[in-house]
Design a protein around this ligand. Structure first.
Ligand code: SF4
Length: 709
């Protein structure tokens, strides 16, 4: 008999509502839920990955322990006991800092992991925390912290009411929005244009979003700071700005831009100054205008300055906290009350990494420093690692160095579905059940969504094994047994949380939230509850100690003066080689998705995109394999010549390059491709936050010498 169940997809930030047609344990189809209050029938092909992941024979079902004969299955109790025992032993021998953690991006899409992880991290008492944040959105979060007082106070583009959208270094038609939870963004961008508005895309590549925009302009990789600064300068001189009581720093900002002149703007950016004038005009002209920049802007040399100036632009045009501009959310659970609650001044650069001196943010160090912290001996050296839903060997720069580092560890524990390029090095792999075997509520992405809604997904299937919540708390219980937290024994608290489960904890959070919901009400509304459009939230929502929005944080003004000091220098027109940029695939997000049969059998988009003029100069032809060499290595991949990328720029997507002998992802290995992180240097980081520079690193491209027959 066929049954139907609704579920919110947790494979990316768009959080589309889905309808699964089931026959017993068999998934007959996964379609969009047209009645979902948020996504209203939007979804994408990646949703089919939920079925693939559930059924994948490569997915681990039991814990593995590495032995002389390779990985062997062991019972859960033994695995958890042994792992906890070895962590305790390592820390007692080498100190608390000898154990590091790496948390991958899927954790943020996982209710149980979000609830349990803080407990484990606290129990370990190690300064060595790393995550995928610092190869991604760290600048957004740091700037939100500095300007608004909380790293998750991210201004969200109100695309449903906007009439102009300036999109820089983002491809929402393919990503479906990032730090902008908005299912079906492609049609929303069309709607802006249909109602007489305009969408302008700035990108070194003519992206899928550019193809649907009103205008597209190329910009050289890593040069967005000069465009944004030119816009800010123009806005500051073309309008007078009143200072509201909850705003500070406008005078400092005006002072910083008073002498800003870029004599080499065109040569530096590849853009004509007339485009800047047009953008400034459009930002003024359209009521409800958004400036939005994402991954391409964050993961470059001046990512933090760029995200700061994007917020400044939205403020100067009157579009910060205003309908049709960028706004703050009011979700059913206010995540700001649960995450990062410590003293504001202690969150950034409180500590520095041992080897390179990179700054901490909210208790984490930039992941670009992880391998060297494992490989460099001395006090505080990392000897053990717990990786939770992460694949740093494939997903962080200088992947080969990371692999060597993972091999050097005395203890490596991976909480992972698969034997990946990283977990293959582990002593223990603790596999959680698949997403369909656990219930789901988006703690984070409701706080980043273009509309306030609340949706709960029941587990589609009965849980086989343990979910991340259970594994993490079981470890916590074993690690901290006997110690106390607020007069309660940790072991008892952990046991209590396990007994409650994520759902009862969620119910308590919903009841305490601003909309006073209950889990029962969400269960009665399987398509979700609409809580309304975003509304102005300032100044009440500000979390800065003085409750003011800071337009000119000191650390940014200081860094900006260094940028200004370089402005008179002429850019080098004959810089060597190419600049490499990443790109997002519609059918891919996390690297494990390459093991999904239904997503990649027909389309494999891992080519090196090269401008056709550059290709002709190098004597390349379409489909030919080329060698791409970067600071730390070389990879080979097929080339695609195109006029859709700027001259001097090449593009490759992230997460490919699964190889036989390095993982057990059979389908992904069969797909082929190359891993961009084998050539990206871990030494190139953004100066303010330490975020990895993934866009704009220099590479060389050459045709492969054909061996003589
Ligand atoms: S866009 Fe994201 S959330 Fe929506 S169906 Fe695709 S993967 Fe799932």
């Amino acid at each position: 008999m066929l049954t139907s169940k609704t579920r919110v997809c947790n494979l990316c930030e768009a959080t589309c509502g889905l309808e699964l047609e089931l026959s017993g344990q068999d998934i007959k189809s996964i379609k969009a839920d047209p009645d979902d209050v948020f996504s209203k029938g939007a979804y994408c092909p990646k949703s089919q990955g939920l079925k693939d992941l559930y059924q994948d024979p490569d997915r681990l079902r039991k814990p593995l322990k590495k032995t002389a004969q390779g990985f062997q299955e062991i019972p859960w109790e033994q695995a958890l006991d042994e792992v906890a025992e070895r962590i305790v032993k390592l820390q007692s021998q080498h100190g608390k800092a000898s154990i590091a953690t790496y948390t991958g991006n899927p954790n943020v899409h996982n209710l149980g992991a979000m609830l349990a992880l803080p407990m484990l991290l606290r129990a370990l008492k190690s300064p060595h925390r790393y995550s995928a944040t610092s190869v991604d959105q760290l600048p957004h979060m740091l700037i939100a912290h500095l300007m608004f007082g909380h790293s998750l106070m991210l201004p969200i583009a109100d695309v449903d009411r906007a009439n102009y959208m300036l999109i820089i270094g983002a491809n929402p038609v393919v990503s479906n929005g990032s730090l902008l939870t908005a299912a079906g963004l492609s049609s929303k961008l069309k709607q802006i244009q249909k109602r007489g508005g305009k969408v302008t895309v700035i990108d070194p590549r003519y992206t899928e979003t550019a193809s649907q925009a009103t205008e597209h302009h190329f910009i050289k990789p890593g040069k967005d700071i000069y465009l944004l600064a030119a816009i800010v300068k123009g806005l500051l001189t073309s309008t007078t700005h009143k200072q509201a009581p909850h705003i500070k720093g406008l005078d400092i900002l005006m002072d910083a831009f008073g002498d800003y002149e870029d004599p080499h703007f065109e040569a530096r950016t590849g853009m004509s100054p007339e485009i800047v004038d047009r953008i400034i005009h459009d930002l003024h002209f359209y009521e409800g205008a958004i400036c939005y920049g994402r991954m391409g802007v964050s993961t470059q040399e001046h990512g933090s300055l760029c995200q700061w100036l994007i917020n400044v632009i939205n403020f100067l045009t009157g579009n910060l906290d205003s309908a049709g501009g960028v706004m703050f959310t009011d979700p059913a659970i206010d995540i700001l009350n649960y995450i990062s609650r410590g003293a504001h001044h202690k969150k950034f650069a409180r500590r520095k990494t041992r080897v390179r001196g990179l700054p901490s943010f909210e208790g984490e160090f930039p992941v670009a420093a992880l391998a060297e912290e494992i490989l460099t001996s001395g006090e505080g050296q990392i000897k053990g690692l717990i990786s939770i839903a992460g694949n740093p060997a494939l997903s962080t720069p200088n992947g080969e160095q990371m692999r060597s580092a993972l091999d050097k560890l005395d203890l490596f524990v991976a909480i992972d579905y698969y034997i990946t390029e990283s977990s293959a090095h582990a002593d223990y792999i603790l596999p959680p059940c698949s997403p369909l075997e656990r219930s789901h509520y988006d703690l984070v992405f409701n706080a980043l969504a273009i509309r306030n809604t609340a949706r709960f997904s029941e587990a589609t299937f009965k849980k086989q094994g343990k979910e991340d919540f259970d594994i993490i708390l079981e470890l916590w219980k074993r690690l901290d047994h006997g110690s106390k937290f607020q007069n309660f024994k940790i072991g008892a608290i952990a046991q209590g949380m396990i007994w409650l489960g994520p759902e009862r904890i969620l119910d308590g959070m919903l009841r305490r939230g601003p909309h006073k919901l209950t889990l029962k009400r969400l269960r009665e509304n399987p398509h979700g509850i609409d809580l309304g459009a975003l509304t102005p939230q300032l100044p009440d929502k500000l979390r800065t100690p003085d409750k003011k929005l800071d337009l000119a944080p000191e650390v940014l003004i200081k860094q900006f003066s260094q940028v200004k000091a370089q402005l008179q220098k002429e850019p080098n027109p004959t810089a060597d080689g190419f600049q490499l940029i990443g790109r997002r695939n519609l059918r891919s997000n996390n690297s494990w998705m390459h093991n999904c049969q239904s997503l990649h059998l027909k389309k494999r988009d891992f080519h090196v995109l090269v401008n056709e003029d550059d290709g002709a100069a190098l004597g390349l032809s379409n489909g030919q394999t080329v060698r791409v060499s970067g600071a730390v290595g070389s990879i080979e991949a097929p080339v695609r010549l195109t006029d859709k990328i700027m001259k001097g720029v090449v593009s490759m997507p992230h997460g490919w390059g699964h190889q036989e002998g390095r993982s057990k992802l059979k389908q992904a290995i069969a797909m082929g491709g190359a891993n961009i992180n084998q050539i990206l240097s871990d030494q190139e980081v953004e100066p303010v936050s330490g975020n990895a520079i993934l866009n704009g690193q220099r590479v060389h491209v050459s045709a492969l010498e054909l061996s003589q027959p």
